[in-house]
Design a protein around this ligand. Structure first.
Ligand code: XIL
Length: 366
């Protein structure tokens, strides 16, 4: 087979690739040898260190109350290098009354992250949900002012502490139109997204600015809408650094087009991240379902490693006992990588092995 010479790997790169393959193979062996005994984290084989060695991060979300649970924090501190507050940076917590700010809960999560050498994803500045009712009722000019004040105060408060902000969360309906029950879009029109991004950039110039949504993981009408929006924002010079794919999956239903979809976004010049990964199973979960779940998790890891600007993966919640799934999707659960005793499940072993076996994740400029 003929390759144009310019496409042949440079010798340095080939050597590096060979070396990282050898290291990956050795680590994969070490991981598979260790993990079946349940010794997750032993000998440095945590998701966090394996991900770091591949040039991505592995994170999780947690809530303030989770910090009082020693079995949960033992796993969180060992396995995850990025933290997302589950609720503590949402508008109903941070600005319950007009101009009255409360950053104490978010600060507690931020200090826990700092104490454990984890980075932070800020979640979220503008969202129709978990929004105090006083915001909903405002006329357009006051709503615009309130949105800007909120972003400025919150992103300003966390300036320098947050790796990335989900600036706007869940802007779209399933058919790709802007969300119907969204007070920001209803009052301000499509331009509220650009306005929010510009305000966030001014408040914290070093934070990566994301749009985040669910059901945009595969190629579909909703991800098409996100794609068009990001493309249009980029062409107008609006600050947008990344797209977050929540990835609240049902076991066995990870879209086959995940990789192609992530790739079309990175081709626009933005980072992509899996921001809220879980994979719910109809309860009771049997071993076949857990095995399928392991394939799903490993598939997501492999996909992220295969897309150079996929910067990392965050699981939503730490283990099955603290997962939001059973409360929101009755009859479903077992959606995380850790079981009811915070022991690693097959999904953990498979994710760790996929990280260990993966080629080094080259930065786009590498
Ligand atoms: C969830 C939290 O985990 C729950 O504790 C809360 O009751 C509801 O919100 N998409 C998001 C997250 O962007 O903020 C949601 O988090 C899960 C769905």
């Amino acid at each position: 087979m003929q390759f144009p010479t310019s496409r042949l790997p440079r010798p340095g790169r080939a050597r590096r690739a060979a070396r990282s393959l050898a290291v990956a193979a050795a680590t994969a062996l070490a991981v598979t040898a260790l993990l079946p005994t349940g010794q997750a984290g032993a000998a440095g084989t945590s998701l966090r260190s394996l991900a770091q060695a591949r040039g991505i991060y592995f994170g999780a979300s947690l809530a303030q109350s989770d910090l009082n649970n020693p079995s949960l924090t033992a796993v969180a501190g060992r396995e995850f290098g990025m933290l997302t507050p589950a609720n503590e940076m949402k508008w109903d917590t941070t600005e319950p009354g007009p101009g009255s700010f409360n950053f104490a809960p978010g600060d507690r999560i931020a200090s826990y992250a700092k104490a454990n050498g984890m980075r932070l994803r800020g979640h979220t500045l503008v969202w129709h949900n978990q929004l105090p009712s006083w915001v909903r009722g405002l006329p357009a000019d006051q709503l615009r002012a309130a949105m800007r004040r909120h972003i400025t105060a919150e992103a300003g408060h966390y300036k320098g502490q947050v790796y990335a902000w989900d600036v706007v969360n869940e802007a779209f309906n399933e058919d790709g139109s802007f969300r119907t029950d969204d007070p920001f879009h209803n009052a301000l029109g499509d331009g509220y997204v650009a306005d929010a991004l510009r305000t966030a950039r001014a408040a914290d110039p070093n934070a990566k600015l994301y749009l985040n949504d669910y059901n945009i993981e595969g190629l579909n009408a909703k991800s098409d809408a996100m794609y068009r929006l990001v493309k249009s924002l980029k062409s107008q010079g609006v600050p947008i650094d990344g797209v977050g794919f929540q990835a609240h999956f049902v076991v066995g239903q990870v879209p086959a087009s995940l990789k192609a979809n992530l790739q079309r976004f990175t081709a626009l010049g933005v980072d992509v991240a899996v921001t809220e990964l879980d994979d719910r199973i109809q309860l009771p979960a049997n071993s076949a379902a857990l095995a399928r779940q392991a394939d799903d998790y490993a598939g997501v890891v492999r996909t992220c490693l295969a897309v150079p600007r996929c910067v990392g993966i965050t699981q939503w919640d730490v283990g099955d006992p603290d997962s939001w799934i059973p409360g929101t999707f009755p009859g479903y659960g077992a959606a995380t990588m850790f079981d009811n005793g915070y022991r690693p499940k097959p999904a953990y072993t498979a994710s760790a092995a996929a990280l260990a076996a993966g080629a080094h994740h080259l930065a786009p400029t590498d």
